[in-house]
Design a protein around this ligand. Structure first.
Ligand code: ATP
Ligand code: MG
Length: 374
């Protein structure tokens, strides 16, 4: 549906940057399938907005190719560059500009009314389409209200309706929920996801909020310095981060330094660490002796009272609780195992005070191996 190949976009550097070019997007390629909610996720300044603006036609890329369906929108090699208004894409920005002097209905109808005469629909059809879209975003009862008399979430839905009314093949959303308070943002997440699924819209969604990305997306591309660091389903990105950067960015993770001792079956390796042996998986080919970091999320570290009876079970170690924190839905423990401080997230029914001797079991299916240096 959307295909981006080798996209590069630089900006003029300032004097203090010695006029060197600022590389905002660096050789970025990605594929978005029809009906997908595809999220660009990454820290501030990593090039998310610039990528979206290149697709929309609001930035002129240095090079690369952007194709929607079978229609090339930009290609430096083929000398193609469609103007933004010829691309026919829907966009919702962080600052959703609604028109304050129009009511809800007019706001949504406006993009259809300003189309060139040859493409414009008859008045009756415009009205029907607008009403349909307003029903979808559940604003049909407010059609006559001035747009300024809407709550933040309603204005957000109005901005969405205005993008949807064009029935774009591709919807571009740049942090569309960032102006909302936490509660409303959570509601709108589900709303947006529901709309996207019901209308079978293909959307590229930009956010720097990992929870939002995990909750909403079919696929996530984690970006770093203008490049894609990892692409995958939310669960894959969360459970099998391919680099330390991704693991760190997506949430708290434990990293245990170790060395590959042997290759077992499939993608499972045995790893030696100062704390003991552990099994983990990697899709990469790792030679014996390779230095790796074993990444495991706190929720996959099981804790039991009492020291381990033997030290020869792989992935089962004795430790001592250092601190704990009650987080409502869980209790976080920091557990010292030799020199290592391991974070474990437990069900609130399990809470161990400091200095308790415990056994930790690292769920081996959830241990992913990251080659050191990545
Ligand atoms: N018009 C511009 N002129 C110069 N540099 C720019 C311009 N627009 C963006 N940049 C730079 O390009 C890089 C990527 O910016 P971009 O806005 O795409 O980041 P982002 O991932 O959307 O960040 P955020 O999460 O903060 O919105 C940044 O280093 C930014 O300073
Ligand atoms: Mg941005």
């Amino acid at each position: 549906m959307l295909q981006i190949d080798n996209l590069r976009k630089t900006f003029d550097g300032t004097k203090s940057e010695r006029r060197s070019r600022v590389v905002a997007v660096d050789d970025l390629s990605l594929r978005v399938e029809e009906g997908q909610m595809f999220t660009l996720l990454g820290p501030s300044g990593c090039g998310k907005t610039t990528t979206l603006r290149c697709v929309a036609g609001l930035e002129h890329p240095d090079r690369g190719e952007i194709v929607v369906g079978d229609r090339p929108l930009f290609s430096d090699k083929r000398g193609i560059r469609l103007a933004a208004n010829e691309r026919g894409l829907g966009m919702v920005f962080q600052s959703y500009a609604i028109w304050p002097h129009m009511n809800v209905l007019k706001n949504v109808a406006f993009p259809l009314e300003v189309l060139p005469r040859s493409k414009r629909l008859p008045k009756k059809e415009i009205r029907a389409r607008v009403e349909r879209v307003l029903a979808v975003v559940q604003l049909e009862k407010m059609a006559d209200r001035p747009a300024t008399n809407l709550s933040g979430g309603q204005q957000q839905r109005l901005a969405l309706a205005r993008a949807l009314v064009m029935e774009p093949p591709l919807l571009l959303l740049d942090e569309p929920l960032s102006n909302l308070d936490a509660k409303l943002r959570e509601e709108m997440r589900f709303e947006l996801k529901r709309l996207q699924r019901e209308l079978n819209i293909t959307a590229v969604y930009v956010t720097h909020d990992q929870v939002e990305a995990l909750a909403m997306s079919n696929r996530i591309a984690v970006m770093r310095d203008g490049r894609v660091e990892q692409v995958g389903r939310p669960r894959e990105i969360y459970e099998r981060p391919s680099s330390r950067f991704v693991a760190d960015f997506i949430g708290t993770s434990n990293f245990i330094d170790g060395t590959i001792e042997s290759h077992e079956t499939g993608d499972i390796y045995l790893v030696g660490t100062p704390q003991g042996r552990i099994r983990g998986s990697s899709s990469a080919d790792l030679p014996v002796g390779e230095k790796v970091a074993v990444s495991i999320r706190p929720e996959y570290v099981d804790v039991q009272k009492g020291a381990a009876p033997t030290s020869d079970v792989v992935g089962r170690w004795s430790g001592v609780v250092q601190t704990r924190a009650f987080l409502g839905e869980s209790v976080d423990h920091v557990i010292r195992v030799g020199e290592l401080e391991l974070r474990a997230r437990c069900h609130p029914s399990l809470s161990f005070p400091p200095d308790t001797e415990v056994t930790v079991t690292l769920q081996e299916k959830m241990c992913s191996l990251i080659p050191v240096g990545e």
